[in-house]
Design a protein around this ligand. Structure first.
Ligand code: URA
Ligand code: SF4
Length: 435
């Protein structure tokens, strides 16, 4: 297997240089330590690696046999073909698995390593990665693969090997090699007919970043016609087209049930319960917060902690009361661990639920509380200071942005501005109710 992959990389004009047998490289960095398994164990400070790892079933036995029959110079192309044609079950094309993996990749980005580039293909993953500090590439990959294998098997309700044991990595020794690998990683979804351009593929760096700018709530439609051997269904990326259109048709009981049982993003794993939203389902005004915190997660209702008390007071100041003529919901329905901000991929996964709530409530005015809600609804990042005080729009509905109550609890000097915003909200709501 290793030999094939070397050839595959050679097709990229990279001479093979594998860590697992690479005494020279270790000597060169003079940082060889020997792990208990006696595998050379490299601390790669400063090194950037091109890494590929793939699903256990991505190159099946028949493919391996076929590869043995063809001349060596044709093999790398064939392997690429198998990987890019999505051989095997392609578990990474399932939105919840791909999102979990993207989330896992991002978790230690900037801490244990710098991810220069990455793409999650239906049956394999490419990284251009730079380990940091004392974190060795093999430790990083080991922990990433074992965590994601366990999670994926749990989501799929099965056990056994998820990844192939080996990962293939190569030290990139100069800018030229680096550029070539980045180019390869970027173009991989295009070459595999999964997207028309790198930034249209949701599970690669380019599309992930583009999605962030665009709000990324749209669904990518994939061309599958030229991709042999795979059903269109297996290639869909998140949120799955079918899931989005189904959610868009749901009534209240169906929507509540779907959210309660949702496993579309990794946040489901640590929740006590999903926090759907609360209030008058025909309210003229909808407040959108960020995500449940600890108390919300326990009680199953949004804004019941400290920030919630302030929100209740803010509502009272404009003659509104929780559950009466007002609806309160969050951008994501499940609590992020340690109250961190929800990741872009989690926001994207949860977006259809909030959109359906908005469609069912049909509020005259939406109020975004804080930056996460504002970014989600406006599809672009900007400071609250620059967005507040004006009438904006989300899907043809009036939108006003103001500070998050949790921020106001920490930043007393902005309370006066929040009061101005409440006055604007009250005036606007009256105006919309009595045109
Ligand atoms: N902060 C939020 O954004 N939402 C809640 O539900 C609670 C706190
Ligand atoms: Fe599903 Fe949203 Fe919860 Fe993620 S946060 S599991 S998308 S309900």
């Amino acid at each position: 297997m290793k030999a094939y992959s070397q050839e595959w990389l050679e097709a990229l004009n990279l001479s093979p240089l594998w860590r697992a047998r690479d005494a020279e490289l270790a000597a060169a960095t003079e940082q060889l330590t020997v792990a208990p398994t006696s595998l050379p164990h490299l601390k790669a400070e400063g090194g950037i690696y091109f890494v590929t790892f793939r699903l256990a079933d991505s190159l099946p036995q028949t493919a391996l046999e076929e590869l043995r029959e063809i001349p060596p110079e044709a093999r790398s192309k064939k392997i690429e073909h198998y990987l890019d044609a999505g051989h095997g079950e392609c578990a990474l094309s399932k939105p919840e698995i791909a999102l979990m993996l993207v989330h896992a990749l991002k978790t230690f980005d900037g801490e244990r390593y710098v991810l220069h580039d990455w793409v999650v293909m239906p049956n394999h993953v490419h990284l251009v990665i730079e380990p940091r500090g004392a974190h060795s590439l093999s430790d990083i990959l080991h922990s990433l693969k074992s965590y994601t294998a366990t999670e994926a098997n749990r989501i799929l309700g099965r056990d056994g090997a998820f990844w192939q044991g080996e990962s293939y990595d190569r030290l990139l020794r100069n800018q030229d090699e680096f550029d070539r690998c980045v180019q390869y990683v970027q173009q991989n979804p295009v070459k595999a007919n999964l997207a028309a351009a790198p930034d249209q593929y949701a599970y690669g760096r380019a599309g992930f970043v583009a999605g962030k700018d665009a709000g990324a709530t749209d669904v990518r439609h994939l061309e599958t016609s030229e991709t042999p051997g795979i059903e269109a269904e297996q290639l869909s990326v998140a949120p799955a087209t079918s899931a989005v259109s189904e959610i868009a048709q749901m009534d209240w009981p169906q929507l509540k049930q779907a959210v309660a049982a949702c496993t579309l993003c990794p946040l489901h794993a640590n929740r006590t319960q999903a926090v759907f939203g609360v209030g008058d389902e025909q309210a003229d005004i909808l407040f959108v917060g960020e995500a449940p915190g600890e108390e919300e997660d326990q009680q199953g209702e949004p804004f019941v902690g400290q920030a919630g008390k302030l929100l209740d007071n803010m509502l009272a100041s404009i003659e509104l009361k929780r559950r009466q003529k007002v609806y309160i919901a969050n951008v994501v329905k499940c609590r992020p661990p340690d109250n961190r901000n929800p990741e872009h991929s989690e926001i994207a996964a949860c977006a259809p639920y909030l959109d359906r709530q908005i469609a069912l409530i049909a509020p005259k005015l939406i109020v975004a509380l804080g930056k996460v809600a504002a970014t989600r609804l406006l599809g672009k990042e900007a400071s609250i200071a620059s967005l507040r005080g004006q009438l904006l729009e989300y899907q043809g509905r009036a939108l006003i942005v103001t500070y998050h109550p949790a921020y106001l609890l920490r930043t007393l000097q902005d309370k006066a501005k929040a009061w101005e915003d409440l006055c604007l909200i009250k005036r606007t709501l009256r105006g919309l109710q009595n045109p």
